[in-house]
Design a protein around this ligand. Structure first.
Ligand SMILES: Nc1ncnc2c1ncn2[C@@H]1O[C@H](COP(=O)(O)OP(=O)(O)OP(=O)(O)O)[C@@H](O)[C@H]1O
Ligand SMILES: [Mg+2]
Length: 403
């Protein structure tokens, strides 16, 4: 879906900030109006999904004309701005049908919060975004690369909704490195807010990245792990699903309560492997755990990373060993993977035409395409993690490595 916005007289703040916010919500063209009258005239002549208009000093006849256009265009969302938060002007604007009011110049997160709320109008509260967990029991196989690049591909494909990228690698997660982020906030800040998080706070805690992805990295505090129990992670996942079309989670290799909460809640689990004996043995164990957890086979997507046609182990042998079809193969391209990691950008930004970038994009399309399993889409039941781990391993806490 390609959306159109109309901004009157720079009412939304600096054009760079506005463009940054709007592209993330699927706006492709932003028209400008010289003043309020011009904006109202343009609303009369064309369709806009969003109009931002200044209301300071608006006359009664202008307000009447604006109200008429809002009534005629029930699908147009209108944000009014003014330099001060004057109750009289807010009430008059709202009575005319304006949907949101922002003090000028709005901060990017305030603007994003308003646009987010407005674009969600009409969507039912029960609508939930998709959740993709990326997991491998063994380190170094490419989980973070896949989480970051598949999230980026969703961002490019889903212009009608936003994409969240959640790092659940509690100690030393790499999402911030892969995207060269210096975030003010991380997962621990969101956990600390408990149940008080609304859309606006969520937008201010997540870090917007180019291409429609909003990232929530982890901090560098291994002691935080205790805080990330099933209840905390479950409520974060529910929150992200309520506000984002797709949420991609980079899971810890360690089968912690947090990992388990993400695997449970996921619609799809991307099980990352490579065509080597140690990697496949680890995947075999992960599959066994997933089956013990009662996951439907349709939820499990085995992705062979770093595939090259000359691999000693053929794909058919891997499928026999795992007793499961290989869902996708990502080509080996070390030079490109290393270059994009060094620059801190996704592969598609480093080299959009590469085979690897295209393969990430096709994988993303397949993951949320038809036939997507909804078996994991029920809300996470908080507080059940300890007992599930006990049942799996006879332990109280997540102390087991699947690899
Ligand atoms: N398709 C690919 N082709 C070549 N190299 C790749 C590919 N995907 C990932 N790599 C490289 O493999 C290495 C490990 O990748 P990554 O950090 O994504 O794995 P991980 O499973 O998240 O590892 P960790 O255990 O550190 O969390 C990186 O150097 C990355 O550049
Ligand atoms: Mg990683």
């Amino acid at each position: 879906m390609q959306r159109r916005a109309l901004i009157a007289d720079s009412a939304a703040g600096s054009p760079e900030m506005v463009a940054g916010v709007l592209t993330r919500f699927g706006f492709v063209r932003t028209a400008s109006a010289t003043d309020r009258d011009d904006a109202i005239a343009q609303m009369r002549d064309g369709h806009f999904d969003l109009v931002v208009i200044p209301v300071s000093g608006i006359t009664s006849s202008q307000l009447l004309a604006l109200e008429k256009e809002i009534r005629r265009n029930p699908n147009t969302a209108v944000i009014a701005t003014a330099p001060v938060s004057d109750p009289d002007i807010i009430v008059r604007s709202m009575r005319a049908g304006v949907h949101e009011f922002l003090v000028y110049p709005p901060k990017p997160e305030e603007m994003a919060g308003s646009v987010e709320r407005l674009m969600r109008r009409g969507r039912t509260e029960t609508e939930r975004g998709e959740l993709i967990a990326v997991y491998s029991g063994k380190g170094g196989l490419g989980s973070t690369s896949i989480a970051v690049n598949v999230a980026q591909a969703f961002g490019a494909q889903r212009t009608d909704s936003r994409v969240a990228l959640l790092d659940l690698v509690v100690a030393g997660g790499d999402v911030r490195v892969f995207l060269n982020l210096k975030p003010s906030y991380d997962l621990s800040h969101l956990v600390a807010k408990g149940n008080q998080v609304d859309a606006e706070l969520l937008n201010s805690l997540l870090t917007p990245c180019p291409g429609g992805v909003w990232a929530l990295p982890t901090g560098d505090h291994p002691e935080d792990e205790e805080l990330f129990d099933t209840a905390a992670v479950g409520s974060i996942l529910n929150l992200l699903r309520a506000h984002f079309g797709v949420t991609v989670v980079d899971c810890d290799h360690h089968l912690s309560e947090a990992t388990l909460a993400a695997l449970d809640a996921a619609d799809r689990i991307v099980l990352v492997t490579q065509l080597s004996v140690p990697a496949l043995r680890s995947t075999q164990r992960s599959l066994a755990v997933c089956r013990r957890l009662g996951y439907d086979d349709a939820k499990l997507c085995i992705v062979v990373n770093r595939y090259q046609s000359g691999d000693v182990l053929p794909v058919s042998d891997a499928e026999d060993l795992l007793r499961c079809p290989i869902y996708w193969k990502l080509p080996n391209d070390y030079r490109l993977s290393a270059a994009s990691l060094t620059r801190g950008v996704p592969v598609s930004i480093e080299d959009a035409a590469s085979k690897l970038a295209r393969s990430y994009s096709d994988l993303a399309r397949k993951l949320t395409g038809s036939g997507s399993s909804k078996s994991g889409s029920s809300p996470v039941k908080d507080g059940s993690g300890g007992s599930r781990l006990r049942r799996l391993f006879g332990t109280d806490k997540g102390v087991s490595h699947v690899a």
